[in-house]
Write a protein that binds this ligand. Sequence first.
Ligand code: CA
Length: 238
Amino acid sequence: MPSSSAGKVLVIEDEAAIRDLLRLHLGLASFEVKETGDGRTGLTMGRGEQFDVIILDVMLPGLDGVTVCRALRAEGESRDSAILMVTARDRESDKVLGLESGADDYVAKPFGVRELMARVQALLRRNRRMTTATTTTLRIHTRDLSIDLEKRVVRVRDQELDLTKQEFDLLSLMAARPGIVFSRAALLQQVWRDDAYVTERTVDTVISRLRRKIEADPQDPELILTAWGVGYKFADAD
Ligand code: CA
């Protein structure tokens, strides 16, 4: 691996023309690229070696992309890799499915190469920021908001807020991964641990309460944004 490598990328995609395109552009951007057209082979490769980013098609021979994604998250060297799902159509169900399987972002076919490269770079930056945040400071600072994850204290414009456990967990989960879309089901699973008495409506209620507490104008939120038809995301830091 050349010392100037921008990172290691695994491409799991059965369309040879798309693989050629990705290999060319990732190579030009100094990424080290490995590839396969088969889901099962892709899973073996991802489990055996740590990649920075995995670009994963949903419709694959051997093993479908959603199954591969879940399996990569469950064990192996690429458990914490950034996973970018490539969906066949721009259908909401595909997006949600991709994100609930543990993917970090998705792009719908047909996609532009520049868009895809920008997503890959953004995922790399986020992963680096997260590593720094969790290993050193345990604090999240963004715009007017600061979160101390250890002391569980949240300040907005230097005012300490009084948050419930769910509000705090929801906010810190999303704020740690700015720009990443969370479906309501994913938030329910991670914040409420699938409490049988809680519905997706609860997520909306807690989000509105949080917005009233942290947003300068809750009707025009700048921190917790709505991803229409999918769920919510925390605003990008830049
Ligand atoms: Ca395919």
